[in-house]
Unconditional design. Structure first.
Lengths: 218, 279
């Protein structure tokens, strides 16, 4: 019996409590309704900083060497344009030109050359994606600490020589040293892999190139 | 019974006043609140000094975070060699990817992460945000550049595309591609309209319609023919997915309908995989 009465009391108490709270809530909301609709909060002004970006990198090859299987190693000229997506990745379009030498067969057999002079002009381009996977510093003697990064790069492109287009994959690795924020020295080594049929049968070739470039960020 | 009710009633009113109390407490705390960063003691302390070598267009801001790390280069792999304190002025010089080069009042330069620059203010107390490239909202207008690699009816293809999004659903694209095959090589140039019905989806499908030209050069070693230039109609479907704010992968299958001068028109199906970068 006693417990039942206690239960009733508890129920009554909770009802009263709820009533009191809701009534105060109601009173409050009706009183403050204008404030809610038109808040006199001070709005924070936010403005975009007027700031220049420097995400593009233009590279000119100071010196390059391209070794084309069977046609010797020859100097290459060219350059590239890169766009830095974030601190880790950049995309790059590169172009290069070289003039091929004679193959050993042509030199030793003494027969007519396989390719005409025009056909010995090689041009290549590629669209690649690179990953700056080892950022850090390079120390030169006591005085200089240059920011640097080592990157892995790979992509696809086209190699034009011997009057033919050759679909070319490239993979490589490179190192970039920043002398200034906007000026860098790059050395990269690539393997250009393509298939050609100059000797009659399809032949997959690995053609290595190394190029030293100077790049400017803008 | 009545006394009990009375006690309960008073309890109820007491509890409601308890509920009301915290609000007044927080109100008073807000009113007496801390001094705004640009009026703070530290901001005034730091105010007078200015670096000697300063670009004319660099913007002056005041740091509102407790501290700000400055790195020697724009990347997490570089060293933090300087720290700027609360209230200290900074000059914003330039941005590279997600980093900003800044100069401190002593003329020291360093790179700050844009994510760390979420509390900087002008002298007037206006908050400054550094605009970051990429896309915050799928409804944003944005420019994108993409590379794509694929299979063009058995031939290898690679291409470049430049896109501009007008609305969440609609964008225009300029595309150029080169394909290299066993029997012929070709170059294609197209203008296309891309429609994304559900741009808010994580993996979002799209449809495209376009037109362009296809310049085909048969391989001379097999047959001696001239280059052909055909107008093409392009239709395709694809899917795209964001890997980050700036980077999206896409896969596409497109049908090139070549309006040739020969008796029959030619259809070429192209599959490709690529990525887009938002600028």
């Amino acid at each position: 019996m006693e417990t039942r009465i206690r239960r009733i009391y508890v129920k009554l108490a909770s009802l009263l409590l709820a009533g009191a709270m809701s009534s105060t809530a109601l009173a409050q909301s009706s009183g403050d309704i204008d404030d809610i609709i038109s808040p006199d909060l001070e709005r924070r002004e936010i403005r975009e900083a007027k700031i220049d970006s420097e995400d593009f990198e233009f590279t000119v090859y100071l010196g390059g060497i391209l070794s084309v299987e069977d046609f010797g190693s020859n100097s290459m000229i060219g350059g590239s344009l890169a766009y830095h997506i974030n601190e880790d990745f950049f995309m790059e379009a590169a172009y290069g030109q070289a003039t091929l030498g004679e193959s050993s067969y042509e030199r030793l057999s003494g027969s007519a050359p396989l390719l005409s002079d025009d056909e010995r002009d090689l041009s290549l381009y590629n669209l690649s994606l690179a990953w700056n996977f080892l950022p850090g510093e390079i120390f030169i003697l006591d005085k200089f600490a240059l920011n640097s990064n080592l990157y892995l790069i790979g992509g696809a492109g086209n190699t034009n020589f011997a009057g033919e287009e050759h679909f070319t994959y490239n993979v490589g690795i490179g190192v970039r040293m920043l002398a200034q924020d906007w000026l860098a020295l790059r050395l990269d080594v690539r393997d250009h892999i393509f298939e050609h049929e100059i000797f009659g049968e399809p032949l997959t070739t690995n053609n290595l190139s190394a190029q030293l470039g100077v790049s400017i960020y803008f | 019974m009545t006394t009990a009710l009375f006690i309960l009633g008073s309890l109820g009113s007491f509890s409601s006043s308890v509920v009301a109390q915290p609000e007044t407490v927080s109100d008073s705390a807000e009113n007496s609140g801390d001094v705004f960063v640009t009026d703070s003691f530290s901001a005034r302390q730091f105010e007078d000094r200015q670096p000697e070598t300063l670009a004319f267009d660099s913007e002056r801001v005041i740091v509102g975070a407790e501290f700000l790390n400055l790195y020697t280069g724009p990347g997490r792999g570089y060293v933090i060699d300087h720290v700027v304190e609360y209230g200290e002025p900074l000059w914003l010089l330039k941005r590279r990817t997600d980093w900003v080069k800044v100069m401190t009042r002593t003329g020291k330069t360093g790179w700050a992460k844009i994510a760390d620059l979420d509390e900087i203010y002008t002298t007037e107390g206006e908050q400054v945000v550094v605009p970051t490239p990429g896309i915050d909202d799928y409804r944003d207008q944005s420019l994108r550049v993409g590379f794509a690699y694929g299979d063009f009816a058995g031939a290898n293809s690679m291409g470049l595309s430049l896109g501009y999004r007008f609305t969440g659903n609609l964008s225009a694209e300029l595309r150029a591609a080169q394909t290299i095959g066993a029997y012929s090589d070709s170059r294609t140039f197209q203008v296309a309209v891309v429609h994304q019905p559900f741009p808010q989806w994580r993996v979002s499908p799209y449809f495209l319609l376009g037109t362009g030209v296809n310049i085909t050069s048969p391989n001379a070693t097999i047959v001696a023919t001239e280059d052909r230039q055909d107008t093409t109609m392009l239709s395709g479907i694809g899917i795209t997915t964001y890997l980050s704010r700036r980077f999206a992968l896409r896969a596409e299958v497109a049908n090139h309908y070549l309006l040739t001068s020969r008796e029959e028109n030619q259809e070429i199906v192209e599959w490709k995989l690529g990525f887009d970068v938002f600028m």
